[in-house]
Design a binder for this molecule. Structure first.
Ligand code: FMN
Length: 294
C-alpha cells in the first residue's frame, strides 16, 4: 500500500491486513513510498488498527509508472533517500524489512544500498536478482547476487525464477547461506510447490516426481489432483467472498495462465478457457479438467 500522512490514511479499506481475514498466516503489509514521515504514520496507524508490527518496503517494483515517481525500484539509484526511510523505520518499535532488486540500472546501486542497510537492524532483505530495467527479462544474475551476499550482514531471502524443484536444488546448493525462499510465479503455476520443496528439503527426497501434476504414477497424479481441487475450491470461495461471483471470474482467468503450466495445457486449451464468458460455464469447464480419467 502507498504510505501516507495520518490524516489521509483510510486503513479500514485495506481489509486484507485485518488479522481476522488472515488466520493461517501472519500479515506483513508491504509499503511503497519515499517520505520517511509517511512511513512512520502508516506503520503507527496499521499497528493501532490491526495490531501489526512487521512491515516490508517495496524497493523492487520495476513498473514504469511506479519507477517514474521514484517509488519501488525507481528509488534504488538514490541511496540517501533510501537510507532516510530506513533510519526512520528502524527507529520505530516494529520490525522492518526491504524487498529489492540488484539495482535499477546497475548492480552498483544494489551494492551501495546493501552497505547502507548494514548500519540498521533490518529484519531481513528479500533480493530478486534482476535489475529494474530488465523487468522480468533475462535470467537472474547469480554472480551479482553473490556480490550482494558477500557484503550484507543481514539475513537474505531469495526471490526469482524458482519454477521447479530442480531450480530450488541448484540455487540452494550454490547459496547454502540462504535459508528462506520466496516463491512467486512458480507457486502460481504449481500451488503445491512450497510444500513439495519443504518435503524434499527436510527429507532430502527424490524430486523427480514433483515436476508437475502429471507424474508417471497414477496414484501420485490422483493425489495431486485431489489436493489441487481442494486448493481451488478454497481459493474460489475466498475470492467470491471479496469480489462476488462476477468479480472472481477475471481473477481466476488470470490465474489459469499460471496453472496451465502444471496441467500442460496447450495454447488452444487455455484459450478455450479464457474466452468463456459466464462463471457457471467456466466452472463446468474447470470441473471437466479437474476430473481425473484414470
Ligand atoms: C504480476 C506480478 C506482481 C508482483 N507484485 C509484487 C508486489 O506487489 N510486491 C513484491 O514485492 N513483489 C511483487 N512481484 C515480484 C515477485 O515478488 C518476485 O520477486 C518476482 O516475480 C520474481 O520471483 P518469481 O520468479 O518467483 O515470480 C510481482 C511479480 C509479478 C509477476
Amino acid at each position: 500500500m502507498p504510505v501516507q500522512e495520518t490524516a489521509k490514511l483510510n486503513v479500514r479499506k485495506w481489509k486484507d491486513f485485518d488479522p481476522a481475514n488472515n488466520q493461517c498466516v501472519k500479515t506483513v503489509p508491504q509499503l511503497m513510498g519515499i517520505v520517511p514521515a509517511h512511513f512512520a504514520d502508516t506503520m503507527h496507524v496499521l499497528h493501532e488498527e490491526y495490531g501489526l508490527n512487521r512491515f516490508n518496503w517495496n524497493l523492487g517494483c520495476p513498473m514504469a509508472p511506479i519507477v517514474r515517481k521514484r517509488r519501488g525500484c525507481g528509488l534504488m539509484p538514490y541511496p540517501d533517500e533510501v537510507e532516510a526511510v530506513v533510519e526512520t523505520a528502524c527507529n520505530l518499535p516494529y520490525r522492518f524489512s526491504v524487498k529489492m532488486r540488484l539495482g535499477m540500472h546497475s548492480v552498483d546501486e544494489g551494492l551501495e544500498i546493501v552497505s547502507r542497510l548494514n548500519n540498521y537492524p533490518m529484519e531481513f532483505i528479500v533480493i530478486h536478482p534482476r535489475l529494474g530495467k530488465q523487468q522480468y527479462e533475462g535470467k537472474p544474475d547469480l554472480n551479482a547476487l553473490a556480490r550482494l551476499l558477500a557484503l550484507t550482514k543481514h539475513r537474505v531471502i531469495y526471490s526469482g525464477d524458482v519454477f521447479e524443484m530442480s531450480d530450488y536444488q541448484i540455487l540452494s546448493r550454490r547459496f547454502p547461506q540462504i535459508d528462506a525462499w520466496m516463491l512467486g510465479r512458480g507457486l502460481l503455476r504449481n500451488p503445491m510447490l512450497a510444500e513439495q520443496i519443504q518435503e524434499v528439503a527436510t527429507r532430502n527426497d527424490d524430486s523427480s516426481q514433483f515436476n508437475n501434476f502429471c507424474g508417471d504414477k497414477d496414484s501420485f497424479k490422483k493425489e495431486k489432483l485431489l489436493r489441487f481441487n481442494e486448493f481451488y475450491e478454497d481459493l474460489k470461495q475466498t475470492l467470491t467472498a471479496y469480489r462476488g461471483i462476477n468479480g472472481t471470474l477475471p481473477v481466476l482467468k488470470e490465474l489459469w495462465h499460471y496453472f496451465a503450466h502444471s496441467f500442460q495445457l496447450t495454447e488452444e486449451q487455455l484459450h478455450s478457457l479464457l474466452v468463456i464468458q459466464t462463471p457457471d460455464a467456466f466452472d463446468k469447464a474447470i470441473k471437466r479438467l479437474l476430473t481425473p480419467d484414470f
